[in-house]
Design a protein around this ligand. Structure first.
Ligand code: NAD
Ligand code: UDP
Ligand code: UDP
Length: 335
């Protein structure tokens, strides 16, 4: 009786690994907000070995402290703009600052991280035959002219603005992913992530949910950037991680929108935070930054159909979980 042959694969190394029990997974940017929650989830599966590569620009070892020293976990201080030579089966490529204040701080570095960083991770995926998932962004739609945004929309992006290092950077990263897929047969997955929030966001991260929660706990006015009618759709981080893992494990390359379609104006968000944390808070209008998208809401039909995924946590249920985490970190108990 003949033994069954392994299925054909572009890489002999991957074939060999097919029969190994463990899956070795690289998470770039794993010390950051979404990355560290992803690592927690991946580590729950005893067959996974997780390697994090991070340069700690916006992430921190603190986010991973429960795994440091664990036999299935490894943390490497590494900048993805430099080559990385390791052996892995899957790559979740998240490394890139996500908050506008951080990605605008050193825009040349941001675009290098998106372009050279993604090129290096694709080179690694090609060498070892790994499947690679890119966390792209709703920013590839720019200031969108169609609403809600579907994956087939090509976007309305300013190529020379102050946000371009991030949104054009991610657009090139998506192009590189598809070119490696077409030219070298690399297995790719692209998630277009919409605004995500939850515990472990940097307290002074500059993004709207973290700003409002920190301001509310400190009894500071909530700073709504003008005009306040601009909209965003906020996804709780556990839903996001679930969507990313489903995308990696499924058969579809994407791009697939992953986000929560519940849409709020920034004034509505401020009212929600005020009501939840302290009804006496003041809401003030402050100046906005250039090129701020006026509306954003994902069409998640594709994620529902192809991944069987949709978000479960409503904003009203997610905000209190974030408040608890921020209170603990700021050392301010609920009065
Ligand atoms: P984050 O800033 O908390 O995490 C990014 C991580 O990448 C940090 O740990 C940082 O130190 C690391 N990093 C940055 N540059 C690096 C480099 N050159 N080499 C190695 N590591 C580097 O951000 P996040 O919110 O967790 O976002 C994670 C990913 O999801 C990013 O790719 C981001 O573009 C994408 N995304 C996030 C959101 C969101 O709302 N949070 C929305 C759309 C897309
Ligand atoms: N690369 C990497 N790790 C690897 C293999 C490649 O970081 O295990 C980098 C490599 O340094 C190169 C990039 O990925 O800059 C693209 O690699 P590829 O082999 O596709 O292209 P080439 O090296 O031929 O330019
Ligand atoms: N924003 C705000 N107050 C703040 C920070 C941000 O009103 O303190 C607004 C900002 O103008 C934008 C929205 O909130 O319209 C989302 O901004 P964020 O930086 O969180 O994410 P992104 O612009 O990348 O979606």
């Amino acid at each position: 009786q003949s033994t069954p042959k392994p299925p054909p694969s572009p890489s002999p190394l991957r074939n060999a690994k097919f029969f190994q029990a463990n899956m070795r997974i690289l998470v770039t940017g794993g010390a950051g907000f979404i990355g560290s929650h992803l690592v927690d989830k991946l580590m729950e599966n005893e067959k996974n070995e997780v390697i994090v590569a991070d340069n700690y620009f916006t992430g921190s070892k603190d986010n991973l402290k429960k795994w440091i020293g664990h036999p299935r976990f490894e943390l490497i201080r590494h900048d993805v703009t430099e080559p990385l030579l390791i052996e892995v089966d899957q790559i979740y490529h998240l490394a890139c600052p996500a908050s506008p204040i951080f990605y605008k701080h050193n825009p040349v570095k941001t675009i290098k991280t998106n372009v050279i960083g993604t090129l290096n991770m694709l080179g690694l995926a090609k060498r070892v035959g790994a499947r690679i998932l890119l966390t792209s962004t709703s920013e590839v739609y720019g200031d969108p002219l169609i609403h809600p945004q579907t994956e087939s929309y090509w976007g309305n992006v300013n190529p020379i603005g102050v946000r371009s290092c991030y949104d054009e950077g991610k657009r090139v990263a998506e192009t590189l992913m598809f070119d490696y897929h077409r030219q070298h047969g690399i297995e790719i997955r692209i998630a277009r992530i919409f605004n995500t929030y939850g515990p472990r966001m940097n307290i002074d991260d500059g993004r709207v949910v973290s700003n409002f929660i920190a301001q509310a706990i400190r009894n500071d006015p909530l700073t709504v950037q003008a005009p306040g009618t601009q909209t965003r759709s906020f996804c709780y981080v556990s839903d996001m991680v679930d969507g990313l893992i489903r995308l990696m494990q499924g058969d579809n390359t994407g791009p697939i929108n992953i986000g929560n379609p519940g849409e709020f104006t920034m004034l509505e968000l401020a009212e929600n935070v005020k009501e939840l944390i302290n009804p006496k808070l003041e809401i003030i209008m402050v100046e906005n930054t250039p090129d701020d998208p006026r509306q954003r809401k994902p069409d998640i039909s594709k994620a529902k159909e192809l991944l069987g995924w949709e978000p479960k946590v409503k904003l009203r249920d997610g905000l209190p979980l974030m408040e608890d985490d921020f209170r603990a970190r700021l050392g301010v108990l609920k009065s």
